[in-house]
Write a new protein. Structure first.
Lengths: 151, 151
């Protein structure tokens, strides 16, 4: 029983199945959703920056610290998606285009990011692995930003 | 090897050993630290709210969703502490008193919160467990706020 619980915890990952819960139910107001998703991006972006500094050599490579950042990035990458209720592209946001017009297209980009962040914790065990998978993760970020975020 | 990796991932939890990394090294400016810790609190608070709604009965109890929230709360509870560099109690913050004056006292409150959030994922398997451990976690939040946060 203990082992199956461990396995379930690992399988569920840090963020769990949050993205399966209907979006609108989670936030009383659009502002709450905006604040929440921006917070998730802030934390994610900070840790992408830490890995990036290691990749560039402006910060010493440290596998434990890199793995900690990688896990946080992975967990954060699951959070924003439920926090895009229709009408939450206000002037306080950088939303571009219409992510609600083609839900499948938006979802594909979300899934693309989560697929790459899932590989980060193992990849950052070495500096070469970090560089490679940080690149792939950054590309998945960019793919989504290109379509849905103002510069 | 696979099993030991799983075990290590579980042991390390979502947030890992981030709080062991020296604080000031992580943020270029105090504003970055403030934004980061506030983001962590935003995400944590949102999920405390979800559990709270289940405890109050304004949202149906769902063990999977509760566990997902509990894991996020646990992970978030590790993040803010490195993001309190000296001088980061500006007028954009609600910092009260002087958390830097007695580092041991501040650390004790941080540890208290992390000890309670660590119990959340298992506790929320039942509604009674959720109510009990949400209360204990909320108390640990309050203990710290009482000393260091403006109302």
């Amino acid at each position: 029983m203990k082992r199956s619980m461990l396995a379930a915890m690992v399988a569920a990952g840090c963020a769990g199945a949050l993205h399966l819960v209907p979006a609108q139910a989670q936030f009383a107001k659009a502002e709450d959703a905006i604040k929440y998703r921006q917070a998730a991006y802030t934390v994610m972006s900070n840790h992408m920056g830490r890995l990036s500094a290691m990749a560039r050599g402006t910060r010493p490579f440290d596998a434990a610290s890199a793995q900690s950042s990688a896990r946080i990035i992975e967990a954060m990458s699951h959070l924003p998606w439920e926090a895009f209720p229709p009408g939450s592209a206000t002037d306080k946001t950088r939303v571009k285009g219409d992510p609600w017009k083609d839900a499948a297209a938006f979802k594909k980009l979300q899934d693309g990011l989560m697929a790459e962040t899932a590989k980060l914790p193992a990849a950052v065990a070495t500096l070469d692995g970090l560089k490679q998978q940080l690149g792939a993760t950054g590309k998945a970020c960019k793919d989504c930003r290109d379509d849905y975020r103002k510069d």
